[in-house]
Design a protein around this ligand. Structure first.
Ligand code: HEC
Ligand code: HEC
Ligand code: HEC
Ligand code: HEC
Length: 337
């Protein structure tokens, strides 16, 4: 071989290797968490760098101050407390301080209040927050099969921002310009969940109560079991969303030789199905009825309200905030039933 050419080949190979490394190519080994029997390949891979970043992003804010339980109840002191009336005034003030830090640290109390009249409900953010208080209480009391004793606070979703980072709106072109044979593109063949061209909006259908998640028929041959390509794509798109939200592979929940078989699935799949029901309920009972309260610029292209999916709470962690419970310090967010 011509020495110049040989040198070129060596140079090019070195350059390729260098590019792989500089482009953020991670080296094995990753940590693994076994989720099924040995030999089934059921493990969750955890990249060490990502885990470090995840730990940094999931630090829990400190409790503002020690609670003083003496003193009057909020309902005896204030004019317009419909949810938190039973709290002692110190506990009430502490929660207001915490909420400010969780939701609107830059804007302060006035994000929800007219400082001239704290009792007034003139700002939509206060009206929404009151319902959010009820929603948080409902998650912590009615959905303990999913959230266990860890529970959630406003911080789980908001992380110091008025609008949570992970929300979704109904997809597709509202004018249906691409509607063809009664089927609007609605997110088909656009870059969607997980950078795939799977359906970009699996949520509108599958996070509604009559959404059917599933593809597999009960028999080996296609005898009567009909699942459209669109439904299959939506199922897979939702699964990619669920995996990404939890920072896990499919094998956190499935034995991949039989995705449908519950007997070969992990306990996490059962927790996930609770999560799906919870997301459906929170959107239908809390977010959607608030639509008319939100100003137009907060609504999506179909004038629908921003909604919750798995990433709203999980944000890439298998358990939100890596399983650290904040609710214990704010018992009013998990009232006794
Ligand atoms: C993210 C929204 C939000 C923020 C920020 C917020 N509050 Fe509130 N505040 C509420 C809601 C909702 C209520 C009504 C609670 C209820 O109905 O039980 C309320 C009620 C009150 C009341 C009772 C007023 C009355 O007479 O009825 C006071 C006092 C109060 N907040 C003080 C504060 C202070 C002080 C801050 C800042 C440290 C603050 N709040 C920040 C949402 C907020
Ligand atoms: C399960 C997730 C979740 C939890 C928990 C949660 N929120 Fe929200 N919140 C949302 C979503 C989704 C929206 C809609 C986003 C938008 O404003 O468009 C929202 C909107 C809001 C808004 C309106 C912000 C704006 O500028 O439009 C306020 C204020 C708010 N939440 C306060 C709270 C408070 C206070 C708590 C705790 C008592 C809380 N939230 C708990 C998900 C959550
Ligand atoms: C957090 C748990 C979880 C993860 C991670 C997960 N799934 Fe699922 N999967 C479920 C649940 C729960 C169902 C059943 C939903 C239902 O019945 O409503 C399901 C259903 C399915 C089905 C339909 C099976 C049938 O009955 O036809 C397929 C296919 C599937 N998942 C594939 C995947 C793939 C591929 C991945 C990875 C990209 C994945 N799943 C990741 C929980 C999970
Ligand atoms: C309101 C917030 C919230 C939402 C929304 C949410 N989760 Fe969770 N999830 C939690 C909390 C909190 C835990 C931790 C419970 C615990 O400590 O075991 C959890 C735990 C889980 C676990 C168990 C993890 C493990 O290793 O034990 C799975 C699986 C899971 N969620 C799946 C989902 C899926 C799938 C969705 C969307 C369909 C979803 N979650 C939506 C709050 C949420």
């Amino acid at each position: 071989m011509n020495p110049g050419l040989a040198l070129g080949v060596v140079g090019a190979s070195l350059l390729t290797v260098a590019m792989l490394f500089t482009a953020g190519w991670d080296l094995p080994p990753a940590d693994t968490q076994q989720t099924g029997y040995r030999g089934t390949g059921m493990v969750v891979l955890q990249d060490r760098e990502e885990q470090t970043a995840l730990r940094a992003a999931n630090q829990v804010p400190p409790v503002p101050w020690e609670l003083d339980t003496s003193g009057q109840k909020a309902s005896e002191v204030y004019e317009n407390v419909q949810v938190l009336g039973d709290l002692g005034i110190d506990q009430f003030s502490r929660l207001m301080t915490a909420i400010t830090e969780w939701v609107s640290p830059e804007q302060g109390c006035n994000y929800c209040h007219n400082p001239e009249n704290m009792a007034s409900d003139e700002l939509y953010t206060k009206v929404v927050s009151r319902r959010m208080l009820e929603m948080t209480q409902a998650v912590n009391t009615e959905w303990d099969l999913h959230v266990q004793q860890t529970g959630v606070t406003c911080y789980t979703c908001h992380r110091g921002q008025p609008v949570p980072q992970n929300i979704w709106f109904r997809g597709g072109d509202p004018d249906d310009r691409f509607a063809m044979a009664g089927y609007s593109g609605g997110g088909q063949n656009t870059v969607g969940v997980g950078n795939t061209s799977l359906h970009a909006d699996p949520f509108s259908e599958l996070f509604s109560f009559d959404g059917v998640i599933g593809v597999t028929g009960p028999t080996a041959l296609p005898t009567g079991h009909e699942v459209s390509i669109q439904q299959t794509e939506k199922t897979y798109a939702l699964m990619v969303h669920m995996s990404q939200s939890l920072g896990a592979n499919c094998t956190l929940c499935h034995n991949t030789r039989a995705f449908n078989d519950w007997n070969q699935s992990t306990p996490q799949r059962t927790v996930a199905i609770q999560g799906i029901q919870m997301v459906r309920t929170l959107n239908a009972d809390y977010l959607e009825p608030l639509t008319s309260e939100f100003p137009p610029e907060r609504l999506g292209p179909h004038e629908d309200v921003a909604k919750i999916n798995c990433a709203t709470c999980h944000q890439g962690a298998q358990k939100p905030l890596n399983g650290v419970s904040m609710v214990e310090d704010y018992p009013s967010l998990r009232p006794e039933q």
